[in-house]
Design a protein around this ligand. Sequence first.
Ligand code: DAT
Ligand code: MG
Length: 194
Amino acid sequence: MSQRRLTSNLANVTEASRWSYTFFERACIISSQSQNRMRQKGNLLERTLIIVKPDAVQRGLTGEIIRRFEARGLKIIGMKLMQVDRALAERHYDVHRERPFFPSLVEYIISAPVVVMALEGTDAIAAARATIGATKPSEAAPGSIRGDYGLEIGRNLAHGSDSVENGKLEAANFFNAAELCGGWARDVDRWVFE
Ligand code: DAT
Ligand code: MG
């Protein structure tokens, strides 16, 4: 997968992503008090896309996986059960297009329904990836989702975005603006965020 192709594909969704931010800021009720508190401390919200992959849904682990992110303090701003189509799967994994495992990766993610979530929080990218664990479940730390429930790389249960930029782009790939409610005022926010 060339960097050029990735950049051009990402450019296509940048506009949608920007629009979705504008939309939620207008459409959702945001706690300006908690937003200001986070900015004062220099902590900026990050957004990450989580996919509860087909194996996890089939194995009845959806609730357990959602529970872990919620308990961590990450805020759910969008969630749905869906069957990913080939075009979306190929766009999502475009960075891996030239890798030998790309075809099986796409077949796996489109093989059965997934649950997708957009999560928001301070350090959401790193926190969610730590909760998910290393790519190879056999090397993932016990206590992580992959370390507790997985064995093989091709059945590794969950996806989490790997950068702030990809978090925004991937969330916009899977959710339209009306499906997201970023920055909603969760009553416990002041006990999770400083
Ligand atoms: P992660 O899902 O931990 O972010 P990644 O982005 O490098 O990992 O790869 C995306 C998915 O592709 C990963 O969850 C499983 C699959 N994959 C990665 N490397 C692989 C490999 N060497 N062999 C088979 N599948 C692989
Ligand atoms: Mg990745």
